[in-house]
Design a binder for this molecule. Structure first.
Ligand SMILES: Nc1nc2c(ncn2[C@@H]2O[C@H](COP(=O)(O)OP(=O)(O)O)[C@@H](O)[C@H]2O)c(=O)[nH]1
Ligand SMILES: [Mg+2]
Length: 692
């Protein structure tokens, strides 16, 4: 049994930009709480949290890690997260598991790209937030400027809870705003009024009392802060140097006393049912991370919201609707596990080797909303290096898919490529390194092929006779065909009529390709038994393409006449004749290449709007609209050809200094402009063979 209650738990995710000192601080907190006999260090590879080989090599967190400590009677679970936008998926999972997001800010760098992003994500998750202004011991710190920037970007409810005595080399202690014991770099008591305003805003009763007396007692201040943090009316700022261990004890005190407990943040299931964190209530829990450890095997990190999750029990996976067998449960100290018999509301545990349990799955009685992971946008076509790699590649990539919700693998039907998607080139590179290390699979990559298509814009007519009489039995088939362009929005029943198509006997319409094969044969000139072979020949040719090897769509092929031979005609002969006849007629029907256009939504700080729209124009894109988003951001919506967006992640990052993000969704096909058409055609070999 746990020696603490749900009310005593504080779940805190450390988020923010890379290099702000999150992992260093987490290691120090563990040391100060007596978990470790010395503070682990990112720099010498002894961190309890950055334990993966890739993390040690890069001296930077890549995945989230969970650890725990006890301070002032409170059980504090800390989830350390990576700080670069490439790994935001890890942050999304971590935020699902906690009540508080601690946003770490490097005082000498101020608000950085991921400071903003993670701050906004924490707001979306409805969490309490604190800011840790770290690295205040460095040179060139301007406290006033930092504070002004934080309040400017994140709001005037970001208020210091303590103040550094000095910044830079002279930083040696912090002074509390509520009970100042000396002077600070700015006057600590100058923040009391703002602090009070934020506190009363969160509590109507307190507000009324305050209006009468115009005073709050010290107890009211103390009790009011956690409520205001939970309600989001106050974001306290703690001043710290993780490297020099200044303000860290005060931070620990603050985490224990001021951060919300699982009781303080109201959770709801996907259908809106309120969840009470009662250990005797119905079980509600969710997997927020999956890790496939080369030694321990598969681990699901589970956050319990209600009820008690017991080891060796069978529970319902609400997401899949199937029961899962829970074996061992462990609490985590980085990658070290310690068995626990059960987990109460607020607990974070790792379930080991549970088949069929995945990230985002809900366990127990209610379904939680699936975690909203960022969408991966950068694609690589991948190939195994050797045939031995060929056999292992799917399994190895499937493991990554399990672990990382911002990674996906697809087999592109048209281009026959295996394409992996990730947040950035760096993200994909690190994941492919993991595949190489863990599963010994070497992978090569290149830009994915664009799935162009072919269509015709006019109409044509022609015939082909296939005749072969070398030795043995001969082959004979003759087909006469017409090909027309087919508009996209037709209703087949109204469109394919005898008035429009003379002698129409039957049609087969394929809505995916917007293609129809029409049997308009009169007088049995093509015997009925060979008509399916004709259609097959046409369809096979359409898959192979005519102009440049891409799938043909948006047309009608009409078979209206033919000839057969009583002995030499067979299905193969008709298929062959149909294939060549279709090719020839299609070429006469003003064929064109189509390219995929995608719908794009770009989120950027408003000041980059001009640069982004002119860049979009040079990519043959067009804007469709614009919305204002929070924090001075603008969302630009539009369409652009997929081929022009292959390096968009890099370009957007360079225009916006890493502050932009975008999503694309498949849109529709459009005719490629003539000058661009030439570029695609000149890259394909088939053209020469055909343009004769
Ligand atoms: N000067 C200074 N350096 C720090 C401080 N905290 C962390 N660092 C260094 O900054 C680098 C990145 O730290 P790390 O904890 O990995 O940052 P994270 O990416 O936010 O987890 C490491 O080299 C740390 O030694 C600090 O308070 N002051
Ligand atoms: Mg880190």
């Amino acid at each position: 049994m746990a020696d603490y209650k749900t009310q005593d738990i504080r779940n805190i995710a450390l988020v923010g930009h890379g290099h702000s000192g999150k992992t260093t601080l987490a290691d120090l907190l563990l040391f100060k709480a007596g978990v470790n006999s010395r503070a682990g260090s990112v720099d010498d590879g002894s961190s309890l949290l950055d334990t993966d080989d890739e993390e040690k090599e890069r001296k930077s967190s890549i995945t989230s890690s969970v650890c725990h400590l006890t301070h002032n009677g409170k059980r504090i679970n800390i989830v350390d997260t990576p700080g670069y936008p490439d790994f935001l998926g890890q942050v999304a999972g971590a935020l699902e598991a906690v009540e508080t997001a601690a946003i770490i800010v490097n005082a000498s760098a101020g608000v950085e790209v991921n400071t903003r992003r993670t701050f906004d994500m924490a707001a979306e998750f409805g969490l309490g937030r604190i800011i840790i202004l770290n690295r205040l011991g460095q040179d060139n710190i301007d406290f006033d400027r930092d504070l002004a920037e934080l309040q400017d970007v994140f709001g005037s409810h970001c208020i210091p809870i303590n103040i550094p005595n000095e910044v830079g080399p002279g930083f040696s202690s912090v002074v509390k705003v509520l009970e100042p014991t000396g002077p600070g770099v700015v006057d600590p008591s100058s923040f009391t009024d703002e602090l009070r305003d934020c506190i009363v805003e969160a509590d109507d009763e307190l507000m009324e009392r305050y209006m009468e007396t115009l005073e709050l007692t010290p107890d009211e201040f103390r009790a009011g802060i956690p409520k205001a943090v939970a309600a989001g009316t106050l974001i306290p700022i703690f001043c710290v140097s993780g490297k020099r261990d200044i303000g860290v004890t005060e931070l620990l005190d603050g985490m224990a006393a001021l951060c919300p407990s699982p009781d303080d943040i109201q959770r709801r299931s996907e259908d809106g049912t309120e969840i009470t964190p009662d250990p005797n209530g119905p079980l509600v829990a969710q997997v927020f991370k999956t890790r496939i450890d080369p030694f321990v095997a598969r681990m699901n990190y589970v956050r319990v919201f209600s009820g008690t999750l017991k080891r060796d029990s069978s529970v319902n996976d609400v997401t899949t609707g199937k029961p899962v067998k829970i074996g061992a449960l462990n609490e985590l100290q980085g990658n070290q596990l310690a068995a626990v018999p059960e987990a109460i509301p607020g607990d974070i545990v790792a379930a080991v080797k549970v088949d069929g349990l995945h990230t985002s799955d809900s366990l127990g009685e209610l379904k939680m909303k699936p975690i909203n992971f960022p969408k991966p946008m950068v694609g690589w076509a991948v190939e195994p290096k050797t045939s031995a790699d060929q056999q292992k590649i799917s399994g190895a990539l499937a493991k990554i898919v399990e672990e990382d919700q911002t990674f996906s693998v697809s087999r592109e039907e048209q281009t026959h490529e295996m394409v992996v998607h990730g947040m950035s080139e760096l993200h994909l590179q690190i994941l492919m390194e993991r595949v190489q290390k863990r599963d010994k699979v070497s992978i090569e990559h290149h830009a994915p092929k664009i799935p162009y298509r072919e269509a015709c814009t006019g109409e044509g007519e022609g015939a082909y006779r296939h005749k072969k009489q070398s030795g043995g039995s001969g082959q004979f088939a003759e087909v006469h065909m017409k090909v027309y362009a087919l508009p996209r929005d037709i209703n087949p029943e109204e469109y394919f009529t005898k008035t429009r198509f003379e002698h129409l006997r039957e049609y087969h319409y394929d809505p995916d390709l917007n293609f129809a094969f029409l049997d308009c044969v009169s007088g049995g000139s093509v015997p009925n038994q060979f008509i399916p072979a004709v259609e097959k020949g046409v369809r096979e040719r359409m898959v192979k393409g005519v102009l440049a090897g891409f799938q043909v769509q948006d047309c009608v092929a009409v078979l209206h006449f033919g000839k057969d031979h009583p002995v030499d005609s067979n299905e193969t002969a008709f298929k062959m004749a149909a294939s060549i006849c279709f090719r020839d007629v299609f070429l006469k029907s003003r064929p064109v290449l189509l390219e995929p256009l995608v719908h794009i939504e770009i989120t950027i700080p408003a000041e980059y709007l001009g640069d982004i729209t002119s860049d979009l124009t040079t990519r043959r894109g067009r804007m469709e609209g614009m919305d204002a988003a929070s924090g001075g951001y603008t969302v630009v919506k539009g369409f652009a050809p997929l081929v022009e967006l292959q390096d968009y992640a890099r370009q957007l990052s360079s225009i916006t200094g890493g502050q932009g993000s975008y999503t694309i969704e498949s849109g529709h096909y459009e005719v490629i402009p003539a000058n661009e058409q030439h570029k695609v055609l000149s890259n394909t070999e088939q053209v020469e063979e055909l343009v004769h």
